[in-house]
Design a binder for this molecule. Structure first.
Ligand code: ADP
Length: 479
């Protein structure tokens, strides 16, 4: 059952429920109709019999109808004859009749009409107490239905005989058979129509799901451009939307990863080319005896090795931030940390006008080393892009439930078209100059990744030719 496709499983389940409901209802209707037809025929037989019995009793009574001399008070032989005649009175072409004494002996059986089965003694005894049927017997090919009627001389006198009246069951059976066939055809028809409609509707509803399956297969084969759309019923449309946004995210991150690997390889190739060139020259003995050239070549080697080391470290840092490696978070006095970084870094800013404005009592849960790395990186960038004599500032203050740390410079600024990209990996606004300055284009990407790992943000504003401001916001710890 579990392996059955959904487009069959749903209609089959609904079909089964419908069959149970309609089948149950049909059976109930059939039983009620049968009961009604039996009771109705029984009532008809009784209604027909009553006046005939009354008439016969009245005719036999010398004192007039139901006079003081009822059959019960008369000569038993005459009474028996009279009751025997009653059997013939009661019978007709379609109705059989017989009369029994209360002791279950036969008084008379009509020769006219239908032959009836003899009721057993128990049934006859019960009839005296008012259990009058209807009884049904089906021992022959055609069944009969009969009732028992107690006959009394006077309403409250003892029973003097029990009349049996019966009719053929064939007309009732035929009516019931017609009803059963109609019900079966109706229920069958409804089931077929409902199941067919159910299969069509379910198939239509599940069509988007088939698109999801097909798209998944294409995606598994490497085609991330596949989308399924948000058509169809609400849940499936929602699934389609969620699926598409998941694939879009995968697509973007795969593309970013590819670009990252290509950029990283490119960045590694440049120093490696310089290294192998310098080594070749040294090996060829270019510098033999020429100490100055040898020094220059060895100096190149040094610079490139340092660049490679820095690049490798940056890549490792980014990798661990991407992998959400745990930060060494602890409550830190940020005011003290920032002042410490400024103090250490200040000698490098000897040629600039450096301003420091740190509010007291700023506390945050941070990874100290990583935070220091961000601030040093921002100060380093400011220094690299700010001419000597111009201002650089480090400021920090509380801002709502955040700490706002700002590194400001009066440097060259960043062109508006470059500004949105400065946090991209390997992005350098002025490629040649930045590379000479030793930048790999990873510094700000790492800084932003660290900020975000602390549930903070890092943003930049800049005016070309006037300066830039980098703002780091971190969740603040209450005092
Ligand atoms: P890099 O290691 O090359 O400095 P970053 O990610 O730190 O890489 O910076 C990316 C680019 O953003 C830099 O190449 C530079 O062009 C620009 N930039 C960063 N900080 C500043 C600043 N304070 N002033 C002007 N340009 C900046």
């Amino acid at each position: 059952m579990n392996r059955l496709p959904l487009r069959w499983l749903i209609p089959v389940l609904y079909g089964a429920i419908l069959l149970a409901v309609l089948g149950g209802g049909g059976a109930l209707l059939y039983a009620q109709q049968q009961r009604f037809l039996y009771d109705d025929t029984a009532a008809r037989l009784r209604d027909q019999a009553r006046p005939i019995i009354d008439r016969r009793l009245a005719a036999d009574s010398p004192g007039g109808p139901r006079g003081g001399q009822g059959p019960g008070n008369r000569d038993p032989l005459r009474q028996r004859d009279s009751l025997a005649a009653l059997a013939d009175d009661l019978a007709s072409r379609d109705i059989g009749a017989a009369l029994y004494a209360p002791d279950a002996t036969v008084i008379a059986t009509s020769t006219r009409g239908l032959a009836l089965p003899t009721p057993n003694a128990l049934a006859l005894a019960s009839a005296s107490r008012g259990v009058e049927g209807p009884f049904v017997s089906r021992d022959a090919a055609d069944g009969q239905m009969w009732v028992l009627i107690p006959v009394r001389g006077q309403p409250n006198e003892p029973v003097i005989a029990i009349a049996q009246l019966g009719a053929d069951l064939a007309p009732i059976d035929s009516a019931l058979r017609t009803l059963a066939i109609t019900l079966l055809l109706g229920i069958g028809g409804v089931l077929v129509v409902v199941t067919a409609l159910g299969v069509t509707a379910t198939r239509r509803a599940l069509r988007p799901l088939e698109r999801v399956i097909a798209a998944s297969r294409h995606i598994a084969a490497g085609d991330l451009s596949q989308r399924v759309g948000s058509e169809g019923p609400a849940e499936i449309a929602e699934l389609g939307g969620a699926f598409d946004s998941m694939v879009a995210q995968l697509d973007t991150s795969f593309a970013a990863q590819k670009r990252f690997v290509a950029d990283a390889a490119h960045e590694l190739r440049t120093p490696l080319t310089v290294l192998s060139g310098s080594i070749d020259l040294l090996r060829m003995g270019v510098a033999a005896g020429d100490e100055a050239t040898a020094d220059r070549l060895l100096g190149n080697l040094d610079v490139e090795v340092a660049r490679l080391t820095r690049l490798t470290n940056d890549l490792l840092t980014l990798g661990s931030l991407d992998a959400h490696s745990a930060l060494a978070l602890k409550p830190v006095d940020m005011s003290a940390l920032l002042r410490g970084v400024a103090e250490t870094y200040q000698p490098a800013l000897a040629e600039h006008a450096f301003a420091l404005d740190i509010a007291d009592g700023l506390r945050a849960r941070v990874d100290e080393d990583r935070l220091r790395q961000v601030i040093v990186n921002l100060l380093d960038n400011a220094r690299k892009h700010t001419p000597a004599g111009k201002g650089i500032a480090l400021r920090a203050q509380a801002e709502g439930d955040q700490i706002r740390i700002e590194v400001d410079d009066e440097g060259v600024g960043i062109a508006p078209e470059a500004l949105p990209h400065v946090f991209d990996r390997f992005y350098r606004a002025d490629d040649a100059r930045a590379r000479i300055q030793g930048g790999s284009g990873l510094g700000l990407a790492i800084a932003r990744a660290i900020a975000e790992a602390h549930h903070g943000t890092l943003t930049a504003t800049s005016v070309l030719g006037e300066g830039s401001a980098f703002v780091l916001r971190l969740p603040r710890l209450a005092d």
